[in-house]
Design a protein around this ligand. Sequence first.
Ligand SMILES: Cc1cc2nc3c(=O)[nH]c(=O)nc-3n(C[C@H](O)[C@H](O)[C@H](O)COP(=O)(O)OP(=O)(O)OC[C@H]3O[C@@H](n4cnc5c(N)ncnc54)[C@H](O)[C@@H]3O)c2cc1C
Ligand SMILES: NC(=O)c1ccc[n+]([C@@H]2O[C@H](COP(=O)([O-])OP(=O)(O)OC[C@H]3O[C@@H](n4cnc5c(N)ncnc54)[C@H](OP(=O)(O)O)[C@@H]3O)[C@@H](O)[C@H]2O)c1
Length: 398
Amino acid sequence: MSSVTATEEAVTTATAHAQKYTRNNPYQSTVTVNVQITAEGSEKETRHIEMALEPGMHYTPGDAVGIIPENREPEVAAVLKALNYTGDERVLDHYKVEISLHEALRTRLAIGKLTRSAVNQYGKLLAATPDAVPEGLKQFLGPDNKARAEEYCWGREFLDLVHDFPSIISTPQQLFTVLARLTPRMYSIASSQAMHPDSVHTTVRVIRYDSHGRERQGLASGHLGERAPVGGTMPIFLHANNMFRLPEDTTAPIIMVGPGTGIAPFRSFLEERQATGQKGDNWLFFGDQRAKLDYLYQDQLEAMHKDGVLTHLDTAFSRDQPQKIYVQDRLQEKSAELFKWLERGAYFYVCGDATRMAKDVETALLDVIAKGSNGTLEHASEYLETMKKQKRYQRDVY
Ligand SMILES: Cc1cc2nc3c(=O)[nH]c(=O)nc-3n(C[C@H](O)[C@H](O)[C@H](O)COP(=O)(O)OP(=O)(O)OC[C@H]3O[C@@H](n4cnc5c(N)ncnc54)[C@H](O)[C@@H]3O)c2cc1C
Ligand SMILES: NC(=O)c1ccc[n+]([C@@H]2O[C@H](COP(=O)([O-])OP(=O)(O)OC[C@H]3O[C@@H](n4cnc5c(N)ncnc54)[C@H](OP(=O)(O)O)[C@@H]3O)[C@@H](O)[C@H]2O)c1
């Protein structure tokens, strides 16, 4: 009889897979579902995407999936045209493997949103002959011109730089000096393998905007939104995040704050708790612009609420009334009950927008603690510090 148990074997296989598929050696996954989950008329295009996994590939709720995107064909063609190349020219990629320039622009180089580093490197190509650097370009070069260069980069892509300052690239290989490497994008996993053993789900907001006279889209979200049809393949890898985990104690209560695509890991948490029969109470705060258009996973969440998987479900639809209502307003309204949950040892999770929402939610949480404990904000900060040490305050914000 083997001394290796089935569980140990599964863990070993999972580890082997975690190492097998990486950003440099992604798994060619098949897209099995790709649907818009915001309704027509919404200001946002948010999609639910499911991708198949190879047997043995394993993730834990809280993890992310890495997507390796490709540049759009019309963008590649436009850059080639602006540089006066055919695309058949040969270049060496980052591993010194010879490929065509077309392939390099499609899969290796970041021709999307322009960076200050790219502008500086572009200027440096003419450094040997400073008089040749156009005056317009000089004003963006070097550390003294950081702010001006950043303003120039905002909303522009490499193509805009080439149009504004043409004829600077003299050999195709120089593009590897100017442009950054195309990097994968992370998406919080929105599913539990206890419920969906063979797939990984994500919730993606597709970035689209007009800038400097052209229609633009986010590299990876655009790829997932427009060029990832059901049946097509997508190179992916799983990315562990041990800083965002359900409590080990399956009876511990959890409070989840996840507006917009921030809902993703909480769908994963809830599915996991539902599928494995965990007894801990679950409280979700979800928010988005309008209930009719932007209530992501409404049916599933309401069914979970009805079945008792979700003990409480609070929503904040910011644009359904004249004044904005955000998730932190709901936290304040439920302050007394929330504090009771915290005193019962509840874990508090936040996912979504890092720049504004996560900060405002933390302020509201401190207020809830101060009110509940009849204490000062200083005391509330200490309380939150203790929660952090106990891993009871976890954030996954971007
Ligand atoms: C751990 C983690 C988890 C994440 N989870 C999710 C998730 O679950 N769902 C999700 O949708 N995203 C998630 N993200 C964000 C995601 O990784 C990408 O950053 C996002 O999809 C944008 O990538 P992109 O390639 O589509 O856009 P990019 O090509 O990177 O372009 C985005 C950039 O476009 C520019 N831009 C955007 N709008 C405008 C505008 N109106 N005008 C001018 N410029 C503009 C900005 O510079 C912005 O940074 C997560 C990020 C991390 C780090
Ligand atoms: N890095 C990227 O390029 C990228 C790509 C995709 C998503 N994201 C980020 O991912 C997050 C989720 O995006 P999303 O479009 O799904 O949702 P979102 O922009 O976070 O919006 C969700 C809800 O949060 C509200 N909101 C706005 N400001 C808030 C605040 N200070 N506190 C609390 N709620 C606030 C919004 O209201 P109003 O809109 O009515 O104000 C909306 O009702 C955001 O950070 C978004 O910027 C980033």
